[in-house]
Write a protein that binds this ligand. Structure first.
Ligand SMILES: NC(=O)c1ccc[n+]([C@@H]2O[C@H](COP(=O)([O-])OP(=O)(O)OC[C@H]3O[C@@H](n4cnc5c(N)ncnc54)[C@H](OP(=O)(O)O)[C@@H]3O)[C@@H](O)[C@H]2O)c1
Length: 284
């Protein structure tokens, strides 16, 4: 059994981003990744700090707006509009989740698609569906990068994704079915509407768990020797509970570790999207 840690893949992506930031700065442009935090959720504030310190380390400016938990939808849209209009901001991130009573999807619609670092704006998901260039959703892009990094053949193979969520399952299915050397697979998506989903997962060459149900994938759901990518997680306090049960390691041919699998790639892809946005805005 081969372990597939995400960190070496993330390191390679960060090395590429660093080199591209340097090249951009050399031409007189400084990339800017803005962040917006609404409310005082400790975990969200922590994620923002991590992203800001990584941004500074990589040579991005990282302007930040912190709105109170009592902010209105309009105030959130105004904060987004401020960054939309700022030529020094090339990419922006509204930290999820936002307080109850505010509509994240509505807010996302007001982000300039060219600055959408998560690749989740409908225009960018539409570009993905049409095979046009644009920012790709970070976690699915990270999963494709992980498979490519470890030379795991995807083309022509059977990929089964458990979960059709907007963050992972749905965009990943589109990506891995596309006609590209690191994709081009036969992709099946299963969910709660497919009661006998184990029938599908147990024949997958590559199984991606993206359900957010701790331990839902057990050894009997995995074809011996298959590649298993654990993307779904649930947090109980600080404890991370993955979709893929530890015992699957005995059956899989290759598997992401319980901690440090797909997670590091999501952040790396965020910066990949941010530098690409800065290049598009400055170099055309
Ligand atoms: N590792 C990372 O960096 C990272 C990044 C982002 C998200 N995540 C995690 O990835 C997971 C998926 O996120 P998401 O936003 O894409 O999806 P989501 O909106 O949370 O949807 C979960 C999907 O799993 C399916 N599902 C749930 N329970 C199931 C069951 N018992 N049997 C079969 N299918 C089941 C649901 O089916 P229905 O559609 O039928 O309800 C749904 O399609 C979450 O755990 C999230 O925390 C991880």
């Amino acid at each position: 059994m081969r372990l597939l840690p995400g960190q070496p893949v993330a390191d390679q992506i960060f090395a590429d981003v660093t080199q591209r930031v340097d090249a951009l700065r050399h031409k007189g442009f400084v990339p800017g990744l803005a962040t917006i935090l609404v409310g005082d959720d400790g975990a969200s504030a922590g994620y923002i700090r991590l992203k800001q310190s990584r941004a500074e380390q990589l040579g991005f400016t990282s302007p930040h707006l912190h709105l109170p938990a009592t902010a209105s939808q309009r105030e959130l849209h105004e904060a987004i509009a401020e960054f939309n209009a700022d030529p020094a901001v090339h990419a922006m991130l509204v930290q999820y989740p936002i307080p109850a009573g505010l509509d994240y999807d509505e807010a996302l619609l007001t982000v300039d698609p060219a600055k959408d670092v998560d690749g989740m704006h409908p225009v960018n998901l539409g570009r993905l569906a049409l095979g046009l260039p644009g920012p790709r959703p970070c976690t699915p892009a990270g999963i494709e990068a992980l498979l490519a990094f470890y030379d795991i053949p995807v083309a022509g193979r059977e990929v089964v994704i458990l979960g059709r969520g907007a963050t992972i399952g749905r965009p990943l299915a589109m990506m891995l079915a596309q006609k590209r050397p690191t994709a081009n697979a036969a992709v099946t998506v299963v969910h709660t509407g497919v009661a006998d989903w184990p029938r599908y997962t147990s024949r997958a060459d590559i199984l991606v768990a993206a359900a957010g149900v701790p331990g839902i994938i057990q050894p009997e759901h995995v074809k011996p020797g298959a590649v298993v990518i654990g993307a779904g997680v649930r947090y109980e306090g600080k404890r991370l509970l993955p979709d893929v049960d530890e015992s699957c390691e005995a059956v899989a041919g290759a598997i992401t570790p319980r901690v440090g699998g797909v997670g590091p790639l999501t952040v790396a892809m965020l910066f990949h999207n941010a530098i690409a946005a800065a290049e598009r805005a400055t170099l055309g």
